[in-house]
Design a protein around this ligand. Structure first.
Ligand SMILES: [Zn+2]
Length: 106
């Protein structure tokens, strides 16, 4: 993996905390599975998002299973965009702030 500059790391961490799509339903669904004071969307992320923020998952942590809906541009058989947006479900696992720790500095 190429070494990132501090600015690139900052940008990546920032992006990892931004959501294109947020809903009260998703918030409640995640909230109902948390038994700590963590807040969905600000303390609960997927593994790649935690990694981008410089965190790793603590050993033995059990994540919250969640279906997320990914939006993408529909393409026709020739690979040209049709102008429509399609949504497809994807199963992900979420971890809250209690289940992660900062990467050790080398
Ligand atoms: Zn927590």
């Amino acid at each position: 993996m190429p070494k990132l500059t501090e600015a690139q790391k900052q940008e990546r961490a920032q992006k990892a905390q931004t959501f294109d799509y947020m809903s009260d339903e998703a918030y409640e669904e995640v909230m109902s599975q948390l038994d700590c004071d963590c807040e969905p969307y600000s303390d609960v992320y997927t593994l790649p998002r935690w990694n981008a923020q410089g965190y790793m998952i603590k050993k033995g942590s059990k994540g919250i299973k969640k279906i997320v809906y990914l939006k993408s541009k529909e393409k026709d058989a020739q690979g040209n965009e049709t102008g429509r947006t399609i949504t497809r479900p994807k199963a992900t696992v979420l971890f809250c702030r209690c289940q992660v720790k900062k990467y050790q500095k080398q």
